[in-house]
Structures are given as structure tokens and as C-alpha cells.
Design a protein around this ligand. Sequence first.
Ligand code: LAC
Length: 226
Amino acid sequence: MKSIRGIVFDLYGTLYDVDSVARACEEAFAGQGDAIARMWRQKQLEYTWLRSLMERYVNFESATEDALRFTCAARGLALDAPALRRLSGQYLRLDPYPDMPAALRRLKDAGLALGIVSNGSHNSIGQVVANSGMNWAFDELISVEEVQVFKPHKKVYLLAENRMGHPRANLVFVSSNGWDASAASLFGFRVCWVNRANAPLDELGATLEQVVPDLGAMADWVLSQP
Ligand code: LAC
């Protein structure tokens, strides 16, 4: 194994808790917050994949709003324009996972370059990071906007490798999304899958170098590598 020079993180669900939008959904639609948040996230991902296949990129904010409109329509819920804006805005104010700041501090203190590569637009990534006071942690904030196609397209991982400035074999890719971790591994990154939900690995033909339950264990593993 090549020595580790830097780490690239997925954003949604890996560093920041997408379930934190469930609270706002619950306030808007009592008794349905969790179910709406889950379907919304799933649709949001589907729309990014479908748009990539269709070669009809829209930015992540638009895909997120489209997914919420679909989710409410599917559940027979009325969604007016202010509610759409308010709920979609929650994706800009996500809570970091509680173990995230300390884990990143340890990696940073070890001299590793840290970056985020996300489906989010430059604006979304920038706001999520700034709103959580985490700007100090990252050397690179990398958005798919630059290649106009979403993960898991290879162009996105190539963009991340180029922007981080180290060969892929010297970079660890960290994601809690099994499909993202799989694609990153097939691309050639060293991969650490943060499998919080103890889910089975997606059947995409990839093997992952390391699987951990949380970001603290991720930092332990990275720092134990030669
Ligand atoms: C992201 C999604 C895939 O941050 O979680 O790109």
C-alpha cells in the first residue's frame, strides 16, 4: 500500500447528517418527518444518477428541490413555495456528525491534506462548511459542478485526484455511501467506508480496503497506516 498524503471526504451522510432535515420535515408535516426525509434523500440521489445518465445536469439544489416536490406529491402533501424554500434550505444547514470535528483535527495535525468532493454545488458545499464553522479543516472543496456530472461518474473522482494534487494511490477516499465508496475504490483510491448503519456492501464488484463504524475509527485507522 502507498503511504497516505491526503484524504477526500464525501459530504452528505459522511461528514454531515442528512437526517437532520427530518426535524424540519416533521415541523412542516407532523408524524411524517422521518419518512419524508428518507424518501427525499433517496429521490435526490436517484435524480442525480438519472440526470447523469441523461446527460442533463442541473445543480444539486435543483435536484434537491425536484426530489422534495416529488416526495410531497407521492405522499399527497401540499407544498407551497415558501415551504419548499424553507425545507430545501435545511440542506445548507446540516449538522456535522458529533465525532467529525475532533477526527478532522487529528488528521490535520498529522499534516494530511483534507478535501471534500461532493455532488453539492460550490455554493452548497461552501455554505454547509461555513455554517458549521469548519472552514479551518479543508484544503480543497471540490464540486461536481466543474465536470457537470454527478458521482459515481469517473470524471468526478478524477477531478478530486487532480485537485488534491497527489496520485490516487496516495489518497484515502472516505464515504458512508457504499455505492460511492465502491466507485472510488474501482477508480483506484484507497477507501475507508464509514458504515454507520452496518449495511451490506452494494454489489458493484468492488472490495473496500477498510470498513469502520464512525469517523473516530476512521481517523484511528488512517493514523495507524505506515
Ligand atoms: C455527496 C453525496 C453523494 O456528498 O453524499 O456527494
